[in-house]
Design a protein around this ligand. Structure first.
Ligand code: MG
Length: 321
């Protein structure tokens, strides 16, 4: 059984520019991971409309990412890697994929998962999103203040105790991991299955993200909901003087995402990291099948039946009987 894990930031993509949009689309979930989250309580009706708006936004981002002119939120070429893994997942060769990230905002891990699932048309691939504040990472958070380790013990537990339902006997040889940062404990455990890659540093400009965002807002007419306006004003842009128009809000989002790549710059073409990832997956699957073959051979040798004994019945004795 094969399992694959990915770091998120600068490995799968760059979420810096879309982060401020999440306050207006994810409501209570956006604040969950803050040290002292405000008590946001939204009506069920509003949450449903926000969820629908979020899914329309995701769908539009996914359409753009798989177009000829991708936005660059996703690392160029990463969808081909995901499609390859999805094929292996459908065959049962790969049992589960997780995101294991030091980013503190779960909503961002969920966003990149949702864009990938939508773009490849398969929503069973990524079974867990484990961010920095996930309860399973308690020992990593408290181990050494100031450090942000990723460890084999935690990754193993993510696969076994989480939605991937891996067997408790899970071994490092069954796990492939991609990260643009070195994490010594995990590197030691995974050895050649730890794929250390070049970071993806392009940061998409906010302008091309505003259009799909506005389209999603117009479809559900979310901005005209009075409860929503109160929420935005109180929690997402308290510095603005009411009444806040959608244009005011967009201007405040622009201020929140200033350090992006220039608008004139397009995302880079897929780099050799994509080939590196695909090759690593091929080698990993090949090694595992070889190992399985060897194990099966050893197992069969162990269980080799005793040589068949041929009992000769003497005709003479038979006659005597
Ligand atoms: Mg990273």
């Amino acid at each position: 059984m094969a399992y694959i894990a990915f770091d998120m930031d600068e490995t799968l993509g760059s979420l810096y520019t879309v982060y401020p949009f999440m306050c207006s689309l994810r409501g209570e979930d956006f604040f969950k991971d803050l040290n002292s989250p405000p008590k946001v309580q939204l009506s069920l009706d509003l949450r449903v409309i926000m969820d629908v708006t979020y899914m329309i936004f995701v769908s539009k981002l996914a359409d753009l990412e798989r177009s000829r002119m991708p936005l660059g939120i996703l690392r160029p070429g990463i969808l081909n890697v995901m499609r390859k893994i999805a094929t292996l997942h459908k065959k049962g060769t790969v049992k589960g994929v997780v995101l294991y990230s030091n980013n503190g905002h779960l909503v961002l891990l969920e966003l990149i998962r949702d864009i990938i699932h939508q773009a490849i048309g398969y929503n069973k691939l990524i079974c867990d999103c484990v961010h920095w504040n996930h309860s399973i990472r308690f020992s990593e958070r408290t181990k050494q203040p100031g450090s942000a380790p990723k460890t084999w013990d935690t990754l193993r537990r993510i696969f076994i105790e989480g939605n991937c339902n891996a067997e408790p006997s899970l071994m490092p040889s069954q796990v492939l991991f991609f990260d643009d940062q070195p994490h010594p404990d995990l590197m030691n455990a995974l050895e050649q299955n730890y794929i250390f890659i070049k970071p993806y540093t392009y940061k998409v400009h906010i302008t091309p993200i505003i259009e799909p965002y506005l389209e999603a807002m117009y479809v559900t007419n979310l901005w005209n909901n009075s409860e929503y306006q109160r929420y935005i004003q109180k929690y997402c842009c308290p510095e603005l003087q009411p009444p806040i128009t959608l244009q005011h809000y967009i201007s405040s989002l622009r201020k929140d995402s200033r350090n992006t790549s220039p608008l004139s710059q397009v995302p880079p073409l897929p780099d050799d990291t994509i080939e590196q990832m695909k090759n690593a997956i091929d080698i990993f699957i090949h090694q595992l099948s070889k190992q399985k073959h060897v194990n099966l051979k050893e197992y069969l040798q162990m269980r080799k039946p005793n040589p068949i004994r041929i009992y000769k019945v003497s005709i003479k004795n038979k006659k005597e009987n």
